[in-house]
Design a protein around this ligand. Sequence first.
Ligand SMILES: Nc1nc2c(ncn2[C@@H]2O[C@H](COP(=O)(O)OP(=O)(O)O)[C@@H](O)[C@H]2O)c(=O)[nH]1
Ligand SMILES: [Mg+2]
Length: 354
Amino acid sequence: MNKFAVFSGFLGAGKTTAMMTLTAYYTGRHGRAAMISNDLGHGVTLADDRQAKLAGCRCAQITDECICFVRDELAARLTAFYADGCDLVLSDIPGFGVGALEHVYHGLTADYPGRFSLAPFTVLTEPRSVDILRRSLPDDMAPILRAQLMEADLIVLNKCDLLPDAEQQTQLSWLREHFPQAQVLGLSARTGEGLEALSLALKNGAASLRHPEIDYENAALIRAMDSLSEYYLQGHLTVCCNDFDGTAFLTALAERLRDGFAAGGFPTVPHFKLLAWTPEGDYGKTDLLGVDRPVELTHRFARPCTQLALILNASAACPAAPLKALVREAVSAVSAKYQLEFMLFKEECFNLGE
Ligand SMILES: Nc1nc2c(ncn2[C@@H]2O[C@H](COP(=O)(O)OP(=O)(O)O)[C@@H](O)[C@H]2O)c(=O)[nH]1
Ligand SMILES: [Mg+2]
């Protein structure tokens, strides 16, 4: 049966990584799986889809809009994957999103009755987010974290590799107690631990199609959403006279951005992705998941390089003008340090509240 699962969850929880590892794991063992990356940049190649392609995943992207509002495009993508022999397709939604249960699951059921078999509505979370909710830590994004979990039929606590066993059990129990409507599983998308249980939960489970009582008028939830800006950049880097270390460059750029946000008084940067690749398909990626967290070295270049395509995609609680200025400053400073020539192809930045 042609199954479809939404992977919701906050920025940086590991949706893209989990979809990449799960589609690879599922294919061959359980059937044939594919993934859709959904982001808001307009008509350009975005980081998640490019990363999935570089890693060799069966993937597609839906850009410009949340899949909540382009159901016909989503249905067409799903139909194309099923025609290609896939029996499980996963799609994420933009990581600040709430409401996909209503818009996507109930919407598809109403618009395409009987056509798609909906797997449990899946929400990824990570230890840091659970900690924020469990300990009531002050965090502007907490209302989004909570509302997303209320939608879940299946909660996946990702990044379990970061937790000692006892703490993992504590977090899983807390999630089960506070979101009793959902099945709760642990996962490490990085090590692959938990992929079998997740495969079976999606393959054998079904969406409950509930209507959770989420208060979309809640002032703190609206404030959290409205504070975020989206940033998308595409460019090219060339080094004229020698090879350079692309991984060191991406790390230095992420560190410069982190310091720039902190110094500028913009401490809420839930996810800044930095992806670069060579014409031969070698690639590197770093991720910034907050100004108070170390830069994640997500993927290293295998070899030194002389030219790179670059994509930067971010969600940050920072108005568009300072966000653009900050990124431009960081790119030129770090490019100069590595003696690179930077050529900008495309840049867009918009605030979600506008
Ligand atoms: N330690 C650890 N890091 C992970 C895991 N899954 C994802 N990450 C890292 O978390 C960061 C954000 O992951 P990504 O998949 O882009 O998150 P998304 O925004 O939800 O799609 C990246 O640096 C990933 O490498 C995991 O299971 N363990
Ligand atoms: Mg992603």
